[in-house]
Every structure is written in C-alpha cells, then in structure tokens.
Design a protein around this ligand. Structure first.
Ligand SMILES: Cc1ncc(COP(=O)(O)O)c(C=O)c1O
Length: 376
C-alpha cells in the first residue's frame, strides 16, 4: 500500500479540469504579473477571512518580513516568538537585526501562552509572534490583552492554521490571522490552502499598515518608479492566484475531511499506552495541518523507523529547538534550555493527513502501530 504524507497529485486530479482551465487562461492572457486573478484572490480571501485587507506576496517568510518592516521595528528591538516552530518565524527577526526572544510553548497545545510571553517581556520588547502551530489557534484573547497593556505589536504566524476559528470570551468568533495587528500566511503547496509553487499573504484590519505593507512588497513604491521606503519584490504570481481562487472554494471541505481523519486517528490512539493524541483547545477549531502525536518513553525514533520500513511516512516537526540551531546560537547562551520545547522535539511525530486519505490507509497505519506497541 502506498501512503503519502501529503497527496498533492490525488488532490489535483479531483479538481484538474477547473485548475487546468484557470492556468491555461492565465497563460494565454500573458498577464503573468499582477493579473486579474491576483485581485480576485485578494477579494475572495478578504471575504472568507472577514478581514479588511489581504496583501498577497511571494511566500510566508516574506510576509513575516514585510510585516516587521511595516511596523518600523529597529535593530535591537526584541520580538518574542516560540522556540518550537518552523525556522521562518525567527529567521526574519534575526535577518532584520531584531532580537528573537525564544520562549517555551504549552506542552499540550504546542502553542505560545500569555504566561510565558509575559515572563519574557522587557523594556526592549516591541512585538510578539504567536504561531498557530499544526492548525490550532493560540489563546489570542490574553495575548492581545498583554499587547495592549505593554504596547506591543502582534503578528500572527498563521501559515499552518488558515481557516481556523478562534472564539473570544464574549462569544465573538474570528478567523486566525485576523486578530493581531497583522497576520501572515503561506500558500506553500503542502499547506491547507496551497498553490503549485510559492505564495503568501499579509492580513490586517489597519488601513495604514495595509498601505505600508503593499508599498514595501512592491519595492517601496506608491507610484511607479518613485520609491518612498526601502522595500522588496514580493508578489504572488497570477498563475498561483488563479489556482488559489479555485482551491479557496474547497478549503472548508478540506478542513472537514482533515477533522474526520483526525477523529479516526484519535479513536485509534487514545488508549494506546505511550502515545498522547493532540489536545483540542476549547476556544479554537482545529484545521489539522498536521496530526501530531507525542510518543513517550524515548520510543519516537524507533517507531518512526519501524513505520518507514512498512511504507508509512511520518515527519518530525521539529527535531531541534531554534536556540540549538547553529544560526540562532548568537541569540542565547550555551546552556539556555526550555523544558517543554526540548521534550516536544524528542517526542512529536506527525502522521500522514491529507484530503485524499481513505479509511484503508488509516487502518493499515493503525494495525502497524498496534504491532509495534505489542512488541514492547
Ligand atoms: C509556521 C510557519 N511560518 C512560516 C512559514 C514560511 O512559509 P513559506 O514556506 O511560504 O515561506 C511556514 C511554512 O513553511 C510555517 O510553517
């Protein structure tokens, strides 16, 4: 049995006619840069997320960088981010001469908490980057409360959670990425809303920030050949936008399919000694960008190898805390250590979850998990 970690081909085959037509239209129009599909996608995504401004850009890393540039952060300013995340979150902080202050995450939700953030705030702190890891929102209400109290900016890294809903204590519901001052997202092919190359977007309800970010993404110009600020070249290709216009229509159905698979995995694994299934946060829906188990008793790597031998792929997101990466050693002392981040790097294992998986794939995975755990 062939099981993919992510089955982009199977997903494409189901919507091939629509996609092919949109791409061919784009090819024959020759409007490859800033063609009509880009504006259409911007409007569709604004509507879907219920956010005032979507600024499409070249990828999710650029979107984080453009957000930090637009906020006018200066070298030496501190930006709080999780130590347990994809490198892009902290990379752009360092790249802009800012100081990433890496903090621990909650061992059950894998996300930043307001308690850990508050502990890390200093007079130099200017911004917080909560990452909605694996598809579930950080608890944003207390984080926004802290931001207000200490006058900090919040940039939500929503690359893994597009479509998730967060519910405030007064019952108000908002899509992740639209709660902070700026939201950042990625349309990397394997993301829940993925294009067929690179893509990203910035989200904000603030007119002034939207204007600045649009300008920065376009060489710092408001008017062609007149450059107000230093910017960069970060555009979403028209071909990618035309693909995203189609895939956006399916996003909720894709999330639903992922949730059904996650529920089935939960039912398989919840009573297996030595495994911990993902914790659901009560005030967030989950879009299961990843279905991530914690494998206890030091058995994660053995399990991963065992599964690989049977044709079952799995991934470790992420094997090393950011502060232990060579590129980030400059930002912390040698003996710096965060308990839960280290524990998660040793225990997490993400299983295949994608819109084309069927129950026989899942049963095959389950049966082989059982045989592994029976061997102990
Ligand atoms: C949490 C997180 N932030 C940022 C990124 C960067 O996105 P991109 O690969 O589009 O630059 C990714 C995706 O790879 C991600 O998972």
């Amino acid at each position: 049995m062939k099981i993919e970690m992510v089955d982009l081909k199977g997903q494409y085959d189901k919507i091939k006619n629509e996609i092919d037509q949109a791409v061919l239209e784009c090819l024959s129009s020759t409007a490859y840069i800033n063609g009509p599909a880009v504006k259409e996608f911007q409007l569709q995504l604004e509507k879907y997320l219920d956010v005032k401004h979507v600024i499409p850009c070249a990828n999710g890393t650029d979107s984080l960088q453009i957000a930090m540039m637009a906020l006018g952060l200066k070298p030496g300013d501190e930006v709080i981010c999780p130590a347990f995340t994809y490198v892009a979150t902290a990379e752009v902080i360092g790249l802009l001469g800012l100081t990433p202050v890496m903090v621990d995450v909650d061992p059950n939700t894998f996300n930043l908490t307001s308690q850990e953030i508050e502990r890390a705030i200093t007079p130099k702190t200017k911004a917080i980057v909560p990452v909605h890891l694996y598809g579930q929102s950080c608890d944003m209400e207390p984080i926004m409360g802290l931001a207000e109290k200490f006058d900090l900016f919040v940039i939500e890294d929503n690359a893994q959670a597009i479509g998730a809903n967060y519910t405030f204590s007064d019952g108000r519901v908002a899509k992740t990425g639209t709660i902070g001052h700026i939201g950042s997202t990625s349309f990397f092919p394997s993301k829940n809303l993925g294009c067929y190359g690179d893509g990203g977007a910035l989200l904000t309800n603030d007119d002034e920030l939207a204007h600045k970010m649009r300008m920065i993404a376009n060489h710092g110009q408001e008017k062609k050949y007149y450059h107000k600020v230093l910017g960069c070249n970060s555009r979403l290709d028209t071909i990618q936008a035309s693909i995203l216009n189609i895939k956006l229509k399916y996003l909720d159905a894709y999330s639903q399919a992922r949730n059904e698979m996650a529920a089935r995995y939960d039912s398989f694994f919840q009573n297996v000694d030595g495994l911990q299934i993902p914790t659901r946060q009560p005030n967030s829906t989950h879009v299961f960008h990843q279905y991530t188990l914690k494998v206890k008793n030091g058995r994660r790597d053995d399990l991963k190898n065992y599964l690989a031998g049977l044709g079952i792929p799995s991934m470790i997101y992420y094997p090393l805390p950011l502060y232990k990466q060579d590129a980030f050693r400059q930002f912390s002392s040698n003996n710096f250590r965060l308990e839960f981040t280290e524990e998660l790097c040793d225990e997490v294992l993400s299983l295949p979850i994608h819109t084309e998986m069927n129950t026989s794939h899942m049963d095959y995975i389950y049966n082989n998990f059982n045989s592994f755990f029976k061997k102990q």
